[in-house]
Write a protein that binds this ligand. Structure first.
Ligand SMILES: [Zn+2]
Length: 434
């Protein structure tokens, strides 16, 4: 079995791994880079203006023969997507239509709704759903997905077996979220002594601190909400479901209703088919749905009024919020600063920033931060990482006892050997024999 990490040995984002055996080839993840070759934010919009062939030449698309729609050579046998974060699936539109793309059913639903609301338009023509713990046979490969705890819903690690060897790809994971039992189920599924562990190291070299649990985040949110008699705004990703649950519970425990926009409401309704989540279909009367003007127009113009109507039974208007603001915790996105003047007296209110701090540098965030300052609103940060802390990585390695560890999804692969023995350093695009 041969392994090539096309991207990810020295960076976070753009993960892409190829595994070959007996003439069969499988790709794990087809991610959009997060950084460019200078280390600054990758411009995915500019990439939409280039052809696929130009993107291969520019090094954005990994140079993999038989993978792309313009390549008629012997095709790749399968693509597996670990989860619905762009840095793991964002380039899959370039993949040939006759290559099956294996992914979780909820992952596909998340990608589809992202396409509608963000305009990313990432898709493949041939998808096959895998199930947690059920292996898939592709030629000599036996590939088993294991559900992991991560800030993306429906995230998986993969165990790949062939030629009597075992390779484990951790994907993105943590243990401090709302699915902590998944790590032990994964460990008993893969057993001990894997030949190779490709292990994510997002938090390696960042901070030695243990990440706080999602339950601690909920408690902090609760005390921040309880400490004010005014409306509380929360800035967070509509697809970070663990965090949505934390915000919902914190608001509810403080006797408040949670106001979410219709995008977030649709995400929760779709995913409540797969897990017991707060949603607007069955009960959860504490959820109210807000229609931001710009987003509503954009979705109506796309001919998707169904997404506006599907949650309108819970609609809350601006006037209703303005009449009794202390009754609500409201999710806001940066573009919604235009709504502030119509929500009543919001001077001195609390804005809880509940995302990765790096997004504060984004252009879209600047007007929002300016408006917050202008209106004398107080911003505080309550957040925890979607990725494992060092203690969790060490515990994983101690239990799995892999023969070799290869760093992936990290900016600091050089820090791995000080934490783990048997680390193998590899470079992007270099094939190694397992
Ligand atoms: Zn991720």
């Amino acid at each position: 079995m041969n392994l090539t990490i096309h991207r990810g040995t020295h960076e976070i984002g753009g993960s892409c791994v190829e595994i070959d055996s007996g003439g069969y080839r499988v790709i794990l993840d087809m991610g959009m880079p997060l950084v460019n070759s200078y280390g600054s934010r990758f411009d995915s919009k500019a990439c939409g203006k280039m052809s696929g062939i130009e993107l291969v030449k520019a090094g954005v698309l990994p140079d993999i023969r038989g993978l792309y729609s313009w390549d008629k050579g012997k095709r790749i046998d399968a693509l597996f997507i670990s989860h619905a974060h762009m840095d793991h699936y964002g380039l899959m539109s370039y993949v040939r239509g006759d290559i099956h793309c294996y992914l979780g059913e909820a992952t596909e639903k998340l990608i589809s709704i992202s396409n509608i609301f963000t305009g990313n338009e990432v898709s493949t023509s041939s998808t096959v759903y895998f199930k947690n713990g059920d292996h898939v046979n592709i030629g000599p490969f036996k590939i088993t997905p294991f559900l992991m705890d991560h800030s993306a819903f429906d995230a998986y690690a993969f165990m790949v077996e062939a030629e009597g060897k075992k390779l484990v790809y951790s994907g993105d994971f943590r243990e401090h979220g709302r699915k902590p039992g998944t790590l032990n189920r994964f460990l008993s599924g893969v057993g001990v002594g894997a030949d190779i562990l490709l292990m994510e190291g997002t938090n390696i070299g960042n901070s030695k601190r243990a990440q706080k649990s999602e339950v601690s985040v909920q408690k902090e949110l609760e005390s921040a909400i309880g400490g004010t008699g005014k409306i509380v705004f929360v800035v967070q990703s509509s697809q970070n479901i663990d965090r949505l649950v934390s915000v919902f519970k914190a608001a509810k425990n403080q006797g408040r209703n949670l106001v979410i926009d219709f995008y977030t409401a649709n995400v929760l309704n779709i995913l409540s088919r797969y897990a017991n989540l707060p949603n607007t279909l069955n009960g959860f009367e504490e959820i109210r749905v807000f229609y931001p003007r710009g987003l509503s127009t954009m979705i109506a113009d796309k001919g998707r009024k169904d997404l506006l109507y599907s949650v309108k039974n819970r609609r809350i208007k601006r006037e209703e919020i303005a009449q009794n603001p202390s009754k609500y915790v409201m999710l806001v996105r940066p573009s919604m600063w235009r709504e502030f003047p119509r929500l009543g007296d919001i001077e001195g209110t609390t804005v809880i920033y509940s995302m990765w701090s790096g997004y504060l540098n984004d252009l879209s965030m600047r007007s929002f931060l300016h408006e917050i300052k202008k209106r004398k609103m107080n911003m505080i940060s309550i957040h925890t990482s979607g990725h494992a802390d060092i203690e969790t990585l060490k515990a994983l390695v101690n239990k799995m006892r892999p023969k070799n560890i290869i760093p992936i999804h990290t900016f600091k692969p050089e820090c791995f050997p000080s934490l783990f023995s048997n680390v193998v350093s590899v470079l992007d695009g270099v094939e190694i024999l397992i």
